[in-house]
Ligand binder design. Structure first.
Ligand code: XIL
Length: 378
């Protein structure tokens, strides 16, 4: 059994998403074929085709993939001068075999980068020239290897603080703020045709959004080859509002940039004070928290999540001229990074057994409504 579109029964304004046989439902990639790509972050077991539950879903539902971890510096380049491309090669081959748009994630980030990158052999901090050379070698080697095959790269990830100022990462401290421009220039040099993105979370919050706008404006004014902005889209049930999402996409579109939702998921487990953002350092801190839905998601929350997804997709569809991809951060709920520290989370469209949830049905319905809205334009 799975949940099909158009099978919902309307009781007033409340849509009840009913279970009907599988074959009646279009897939996500079909439903949004004329709007944007539908992507998923995939893990190693998936592109090695060991995950027998996830792989058929990925092939059927998605036309773009992002590697959840294996292209991060510490995985692909754990030791100086030693690259390991076994997993990345399999990832890219999986995407090509299945005719998908293949994304690279990520080149320059303060997380998941080994300490040696920023140190001399004696443990002292490297100078600017050395770090720029290491950054150049890394980007040249990794982007160059997949030139023409990886379509778009998250070049710089999470360079901003919540208040919109530049994060004091080792990149920033050692190189200075032009590390961002340099990363884009090196990526462009390695693959002149690739799309190059700035990617970050919580850009829906105004101070951070304004910081990103100022940064991207400056980069564009200087001719730095940035082509798009990735809104990670790690969302809550009550944040961001559809209005905030709408204003955020519109603001970046005005800069002449493509906009992508790059890591979409909706954290349904009630938050503690400490894990309100996608900051992976915060989320790794142990602290007491609720695990409210350890035994499954109650129907009412299931329906609320479906409505939440429908509301967000209505916004993405409104901006389909500039939004060229919506990527989920995982395939089934069991894959999600939001299950950190034994929380049982339910943030995606497919449940732990790979069955589509009411949210899946709601997203498919939003596509039909979006198409209808376009057709009826004067
Ligand atoms: C996460 C992965 O999902 C986890 O498996 C890993 O342990 C930590 O990183 N923002 C990003 C992603 O850009 O790379 C992060 O992915 C989630 C937050």
């Amino acid at each position: 059994m799975r949940l099909a579109p158009f099978a919902s029964v309307l009781f007033g304004a409340v849509a009840i998403y009913a279970a009907v046989p599988a074959h009646t439902s279009p897939t996500l990639k079909e439903a949004f074929r004329d709007d944007f790509l539908i992507g998923a972050a995939v893990n190693r077991r998936q592109f090695f085709e060991d995950d027998l539950r996830g792989v058929p879903l990925i092939k059927a539902q998605f036309n773009s993939i992002t590697p959840e971890n294996i292209l991060k510096w510490e995985f692909v380049h754990a030791l100086p001068g030693r690259y390991n491309f076994d997993a990345p090669d399999r990832y890219v081959a999986f995407g090509e075999t299945n005719h998908m748009t293949i994304i690279g994630h990520t080149l320059v980030w303060h997380e998941r980068t080994p300490k040696w990158v920023f140190q001399n052999e004696d443990g002292t901090r490297v100078d600017r020239e050395t770090l720029l050379r290491r950054m150049h070698d890394h980007i040249q080697t990794v982007v160059g290897r997949y030139q023409g095959r990886i379509k778009g790269w998250d070049v710089v990830n999470e360079a901003l603080n919540e208040d919109g100022t530049l994060r004091q990462s080792p990149w920033m401290k050692i190189i200075g703020e032009d590390y961002i421009a340099k990363a884009f220039e090196y990526a462009h040099e390695a693959d002149p045709k690739a799309d190059l993105h700035y990617n970050d979370y919580s850009l829906e919050k105004e101070p951070k959004r304004n910081g990103a706008i100022a940064l991207l404006q400056k980069l564009k004014a200087r001719g730095v080859p940035v082509t798009g902005v990735g809104l990670q889209g790690h969302m809550k049930m009550d944040w961001p509002t559809p209005e905030e999402e709408d204003a955020t996409i519109a603001a970046f579109a005005k800069l002449g940039l493509k906009v992508m939702i790059t890591e979409l998921d909706i954290d349904v487990v009630p938050a503690t004070q400490k894990n309100r953002t996608a900051d992976i350092a915060q989320n790794a801190q142990p602290h007491a928290e609720s695990n409210a839905y350890a035994d499954g998601l109650p129907q009412a929350v299931q329906q609320a999540l479906a409505k939440r997804y429908a509301d967000l997709f209505a916004v993405f569809l409104k901006h389909r001229e500039v939004v060229n991809r919506v990527t989920f951060w995982g395939v089934t709920d069991g894959d999600s990074w939001l299950n950190f520290r034994a929380r049982v989370n339910h943030p995606l469209l497919f449940d732990r057994s790979g069955q589509p949830k009411p949210a899946f049905d709601a997203v498919i319905r939003s596509a039909a409504q979006g198409a209808h809205a376009t057709e009826t334009k004067p």
